[in-house]
Write a protein that binds this ligand. Structure first.
Ligand SMILES: [Zn+2]
Length: 395
């Protein structure tokens, strides 16, 4: 989203095959990044030759650098066009202004403030204000307490609210029940002589899952980029709910590197590994050895995007590896440890905005943004818009 033609809020990519990048030229003076997920920060290094002012939390900056280098590595390995070069990533790293929650900064004539969004470490909602009015962009937001993070901070009301809509129309299962079912299933699998393979996103989910396992005394292996991300989180303990517990969880688990990966399968056990949607990463190594083992189980830990291996496995019982379609004989289960507010959380957030005087709500980031906008119009009696890509909104 571009505000006043010169403040860009997030600049991400869709990690599809091949990846999809933003279209249309933007020439922002300022770029404010809500958090370090690919679909929000993934293409920011591409803007470096315009020398915009960059604002984000220090965790988001570090995650942005890690993801940018990973994006380049994947594109190079697959012979795809690179969206930026390593000098851009270095510029991104050197020129970003890091901003902690609650500290104000000046972005193209607006006073900006970041608020803790509770979604992943360093994630923020963005508040902008000048003499003509105010705007809030929620980014991805989670109003629930998890092992890794405290709930999102309450946002100040603004004239205009840009609101994520990911889980509009869906309620989450109560967290304690979800954790208990997850743990029971893992224990049963290992007791029966199988392996519990837990695909988990590198950023946030791997760490959350390890904290759950440690809490229940379950030893595991941890493989993939989640280990690098943990090192980043360790550098920013103020952005974690309980850094000591996170350290304990990682010490309780055994890290896997290339050399010991073979040994992991010597005896039944638990493996937490990327990629969370089975699209590449070490998880494919484990599946190659266990796909046809009926005693083993794959426990997905998050939403599976259309077109990913995880979604294909859920809907059709098979996945793809190097062009080969492989039937998944091992059991498959889905535990949605979502890091987003659910339907009631989103509605309450919008209601708080409207109660505080917000006049326009813009619904983004979801499959059902139009329905969410219609609900807001009908129930809260303010203007609500679900824009398409490329739409311009004048307020
Ligand atoms: Zn996100």
């Amino acid at each position: 989203m571009v505000v006043d033609d010169n403040i860009l809020l997030d600049y991400g990519m869709k990690p599809a095959e091949p990846p999809q990048y933003p279209v249309g030229g933007v020439q922002p003076d300022s770029v404010i990044v809500s958090h370090g997920h690919l679909d929000h920060c993934g293409v920011v290094p591409n803007l470096m030759d315009m020398k915009p002012d960059l604002f984000m939390t220090p965790v988001t900056k570090d995650l942005g650098v890690l993801l940018a280098k990973d994006t380049m590595k994947i594109a190079q390995a697959k012979g795809q066009v690179l969206p930026f070069i390593i000098e851009d990533v270095r510029d991104f790293e050197t020129h970003t202004n890091t901003v902690d929650y609650g500290r104000s900064f000046n972005a193209s004539g607006y006073e900006g403030t970041l608020y803790d969004a509770g979604h992943i470490p360093g994630s923020s909602s963005i508040y902008l204000e000048n003499e003509s009015g105010s705007l809030v962009y929620t980014g991805d937001v989670d109003d629930r307490d998890t092992n890794l993070l405290a709930p999102a901070e309450k946002l100040p009301a603004a004239d205009i609210a840009i609101v994520e809509s990911t889980y509009y129309g869906t309620e989450h299962n109560p967290r304690p029940k979800l954790e208990a079912d997850f743990v029971d299933s893992i224990k049963a699998t290992v007791d029966n002589g199988g392996w519990a393979i837990i695909p988990a996103f590198a950023i946030g989910r791997t760490q959350e899952v390890l904290m759950i396992l440690e809490k229940h005394g379950i030893r595991s292996w941890v493989d993939g980029m989640g280990k690098e991300v943990y090192k980043i989180f360790k550098r920013h303990p103020d952005y974690l709910k309980d850094p000591v517990r996170l350290d304990k969880a990682f010490k309780f688990a055994s890290p896997v590197d290339g050399r010991v990966r073979r040994n992991v399968l010597d005896e039944p056990g638990v493996v937490v590994t990327t990629a969370g949607m089975l699209n590449g990463g070490p998880v494919l190594y484990y599946l190659k050895h266990l796909y046809n083992d009926p005693m083993s189980k794959v426990l997905l830990t998050g939403y599976q995007v259309e077109g990913t291996n995880g979604r294909m496995a859920l809907e059709r019982g098979h996945y793809e590896d190097k062009g080969r379609i492989i039937p998944l004989i091992a059991e498959l289960e889905l535990y949605d440890f979502s890091a987003h507010s659910d339907d009631s959380g989103l509605k309450e957030m919008v209601r708080n905005q409207v109660d505080g005087g917000c006049q326009v709500v813009i619904c983004v980031h979801g499959d059902r943004t139009s329905e969410f906008a219609a609900w807001i119009k009908d129930n809260l009696e303010v203007k609500a818009i679900a824009p398409d890509i490329g739409d311009q909104i004048y307020i």
